[in-house]
Design a protein. Structure first.
Length: 166
């Protein structure tokens, strides 16, 4: 069974649009359970993006996720470099602004792809992003995954693959 590596939007999209913390307690209980079982994890860059907001979601993460939930992405810098090289090589497709945004050091996208690429046989990305292969303005995680043969799913597909309900 792969480990599911969740993107920042896994938390933010769920909290803000689909499963608000004050309404969908069963969803968040399930996330807590999966996190403590080690079934889902994330990386330090995702933590930085979530904790930057200093809101109720940040508080929930601090109170409910295990201390080792957010993994250090530093050991996967060689894979991160492969991802960034790929992005730079796509300069005929993507506008410079899109490439620069994807490569920003404080953004998690390229790092999370690199993290999963380091152990692609045992890791799957979970994101709400949707493939947009003709986009010029944004580099989407699913398109980077496709280019590197990295598995990715959305939240509902992850829950289905795990046989989870809430």
């Amino acid at each position: 069974m792969p480990v599911y590596v969740v993107d920042t939007n896994f938390f933010i999209q769920a909290h803000r649009a689909i499963y608000p913390l004050d309404v969908a307690a069963s969803f968040w209980n399930k996330i807590r359970q999966l996190a403590h079982a080690g079934t889902i994890i994330s990386i330090d860059k995702v933590k930085d993006e979530i904790y930057d907001h200093q809101d109720v979601l940040q508080q929930w993460c601090g109170n409910n996720l295990p201390a080792n939930f957010f993994k250090d992405s530093t050991p996967t810098l060689p894979e991160y470099s492969r991802v960034t090289s790929w992005a730079v090589s796509r300069n005929t497709q993507y506008l410079p602004k899109a490439i620069n945004e994807f490569l920003e050091a404080d953004r998690a996208d390229a790092f999370i792809v690199g993290y999963v690429l380091a152990d692609v046989a045992n890791r799957t990305i979970v994101t709400y992003e949707v493939s947009a292969p003709m986009s010029k303005n944004n580099i989407k995680i699913p398109d980077v995954c496709t280019a590197h043969s990295i598995p990715y799913v959305n939240t509902i597909e992850m829950l289905r693959q795990l046989g989870e309900t809430f």
